[in-house]
Design a binder for this molecule. Structure first.
Ligand SMILES: NC(=O)c1ccc[n+]([C@@H]2O[C@H](COP(=O)([O-])OP(=O)(O)OC[C@H]3O[C@@H](n4cnc5c(N)ncnc54)[C@H](OP(=O)(O)O)[C@@H]3O)[C@@H](O)[C@H]2O)c1
Length: 240
């Protein structure tokens, strides 16, 4: 439940796969939507062009973000580490600097982000992340360390944030709101799979769920075997 009304939301990274789902779901909830995406990706939002305001530009451009978040009650940010240009941290910092002080800020990332170091990762997961991060940075494709830095700044802020940590993702029909846990390693998360449409649903739902403020929920699909085994028929509250 939210203590504040949600009327206008900004979606930073609106043209990506996750972003497009969030645009649709935010519109379905009757929110006024402002979307930020790279100039070249504006056509991906064509289906919504007459229903949303599109602000083209790099998401780490502070002027773009300042304009986009003005007057918004909530900001949904797709944090991505592309290039070696502080893309994630620049984006997160701009959102935190320019969003209204009481705005709900919801960021996406993956399980590899840890808030308190209490997550328990399988050695294979850690090894893959380490190798992929090293190679991606070596070829200047992506900077996973910068996504970690972005989240470190968010965790340290006093803002009304939620950092939503996605498992591996797949396409497909919605299975409902994902199950979440505070720490990776919880048996309920073992299946490590969430429908992307449901990741988006969780992000949009978080805007109006004050119990998720200053939480970093790790998600898993509601109908996955591990969620089913640990949350029964999943009609119980999904988080713990
Ligand atoms: N993929 C997974 O399995 C997975 C797993 C766990 C968590 N996540 C998290 O889920 C979120 C969305 O990830 P996704 O994989 O589903 O991707 P996505 O929704 O397609 O998002 C990718 C985003 O990155 C932008 N982008 C792509 N190339 C770029 C570049 N060179 N420079 C700047 N921006 C660029 C895209 O914008 P354009 O439309 O302009 O290209 C889009 O906004 C991320 O926060 C990610 O950490 C993903």
């Amino acid at each position: 439940m939210s203590t504040q009304p949600m009327r206008k939301v900004c979606i930073v990274g609106a043209s990506g796969k996750l972003g497009l789902y969030m645009v649709r779901q935010a519109l379905d909830r009757g929110y006024e939507v402002v979307g930020v995406c790279r100039e070249r990706s504006v056509p991906k939002l064509a289906a919504f062009a007459d229903r949303i305001t599109i602000i083209p530009g790099p998401t780490n451009d502070r002027e773009v973000i300042q304009k986009a978040v003005a007057g918004c009650d909530g900001v949904l940010t797709v944090l991505v580490p592309w290039g070696v240009q502080q893309y994630s941290s620049g984006t997160a910092q701009a959102v935190m600097d320019y969003a209204a002080p009481d705005a709900r800020l919801v960021f996406s990332c993956g399980w590899h982000i840890t808030r308190d170091g209490k997550d328990q990762y399988h050695w294979l997961f850690t090894s893959v992340i380490r190798v992929v991060s090293w190679v991606a940075r070596a070829v200047r494709f992506a900077e996973v360390e910068d996504q970690i830095e972005a989240c470190r700044r968010i965790f340290a802020s006093g803002r009304r944030w939620t950092v939503v940590r996605g498992s591996d993702l797949e396409e497909g029909e919605s299975q409902g709101l994902p199950v979440w846990r505070r720490h990776v390693g919880d048996p309920a998360l073992k299946s490590n799979m969430t429908r992307r449409v449901d990741f988006a649903m969780f992000m949009v739902e978080a805007l109006t769920d004050d119990s998720l403020i200053q939480e970093a929920p790790a998600l898993v699909g509601r109908l996955t075997p591990s969620a089913q085994a640990h949350v029964g028929n999943a009609s119980a509250p999904a988080g713990a």
